[in-house]
Design a protein around this ligand. Sequence first.
Ligand SMILES: Cc1ncc(COP(=O)(O)O)c(C=O)c1O
Length: 380
Amino acid sequence: MNPYELPVEDIEKLVEQHGTPIYVVSRQKVVENFRRLDRALPAVTIFYAMKANPHVGILRALHEVGAGFDVASRGEIEAAVAAGANATDDLIFADTVKDPKHIAYAHGIGLDDFTYDNASEITQIARYAPGAKVHLRLAVSNEGSVAHLSKKFGARIDEAVPLLVAAREQGLRPHGVSFHVGSQCLDAQRYVDALDQSRQVFDAASREGINMDQIDIGGGFPVRYLDEDIDIDAMCKTIVDHYHRRFGSDISLVAEPGRNIVGDAAILVTKVISESVREGLNWLYFDDGTYGSFLDVLLYQMQYPMRCNSTRAPKPYVLAGPTCDSIDVFSRDGEGDVCQIELPEMHLDDLLVVGSMGAYTYAESTRFNGFEPPRFVYID
Ligand SMILES: Cc1ncc(COP(=O)(O)O)c(C=O)c1O
């Protein structure tokens, strides 16, 4: 079940037992999300992008049902291996900017699949993981997605063949391309266009004698936060149909979804720890904020569904976190400006329940001012 549907009495019981702030997590929902994507993307091998949420209970649950992991660092590799993953079969190192110490560590334990998008990364991989398999990441359109990753990552199409040739010349084994359409992508056309660009690169590479056999279609699969119109099955069908049109079935596919697997599998429960009226506005202060679970409110103007355990009449509120920084306010509009949010009247000790808090919340939280990230409470 989506834990946002938990009755308020159950949430209050969990708070009595565990305190606040807490993430209330359904492992069953994580597994259900993985299986739904796995079914909708037949013949695609899924490597969960553990940067979305690396908590051990989530990694173990996904490993048990056959997911691999996309890792970005030695820390993530160690966490995945501790959850049961095998470095050679279950891990891909798909970040394009890698610490060379982490490349060497990965190579040393048998991880053999690295992604790159520039010449210096070829040098680093060839030095620290000689002979490794590599994917070339392409910059593709991220239009309409929430997080635009191609601003920082990916080679242009005209750079692709020289970069593939350079990898081969340095003893690496170029075996595919990868792309990322941007996180929280709401338009399947982004994947269609990216597959077309991949086709162009496959054809140009084969003229240079480089015959590749895999496409990594990245992540980007969305989560419903408020009222987004999302049909994952339809999106995946568009991708799979277009893949068959452009590639037959000779080329294998992998994907690195993060957000879609964990986003709606966790809620946050945070408590009112202070309240005030400032310049005529009602402020509520909680035991979690933008230095904890709400960083993406600042970075990407994310907005999450919210409810509370009060049944009083609604009032407009500014919602703030506990730290000493004035940027620690998580009621913000689509432009990122502080705004008021209407909630049933709340006071000290009341609980705010925030939905779809599984992805890029705990993973991005800091320990600023000595506040620890929320604890995990698994309900199944
Ligand atoms: C290399 C890479 N793969 C996969 C992902 C996961 O993307 P998403 O959570 O949008 O599925 C990301 C997100 O930043 C990424 O950088």
